[in-house]
Design a protein around this ligand. Sequence first.
Ligand SMILES: Nc1nc2c(ncn2[C@@H]2O[C@H](COP(=O)(O)OP(=O)(O)OP(=O)(O)O)[C@@H](O)[C@H]2O)c(=O)[nH]1
Length: 163
Amino acid sequence: MLTGLVNRSQFDAVLKSEVSRQHRYARPLSLIMLDLDFFKQINDSHGHDVGDQVLVALAGLLKRNLRKADCCARWGGEEFMLLAPETSLEQAVRLAEKIRGAIKHTDFPIQGSVTASFGVVEVHSQESVKSVMKRVDNALYLAKEKGRDRVSTGGLLTPAKQA
Ligand SMILES: Nc1nc2c(ncn2[C@@H]2O[C@H](COP(=O)(O)OP(=O)(O)OP(=O)(O)O)[C@@H](O)[C@H]2O)c(=O)[nH]1
């Protein structure tokens, strides 16, 4: 595997289990989705191999910035998912900002500077996995829409509409 992170189906299993734990014990649990900005341009300008090197460097950066209890997955092409148990929304936003800063100040292979956009949500009481995934995706979409290189906690959907 290119990045050495867990894959989508492994992450799904961890997410399901942590959400069940959250429902039972009401401990804070947050989810962060991040996506590299303008990654297509990196591939187009320098080639797919350089794009791959950037992804590997990013995976290393993510692993260094997370706790052992956190779970980090490559979700799709240049999309990554971080699950942070015992972490409130406020703490998760701080973590996302720390990672955003670290990415911005890293000298990536060939390309140099790279930025990323982040969606951050805390799992609500009794919220389904489907709903939390929808909210984090929506938050990331807003971060992109507002100009990229930023952290968003969403806001388009009200809790009543998320079921
Ligand atoms: N090198 C490399 N590129 C990949 C990999 N997986 C997906 N991609 C590329 O990632 C790019 C994603 O492009 P878009 O979805 O348009 O997103 P973007 O260019 O990052 O733009 P924004 O997300 O809107 O900032 C595509 O060019 C894919 O080919 C991979 O494993 N390696």
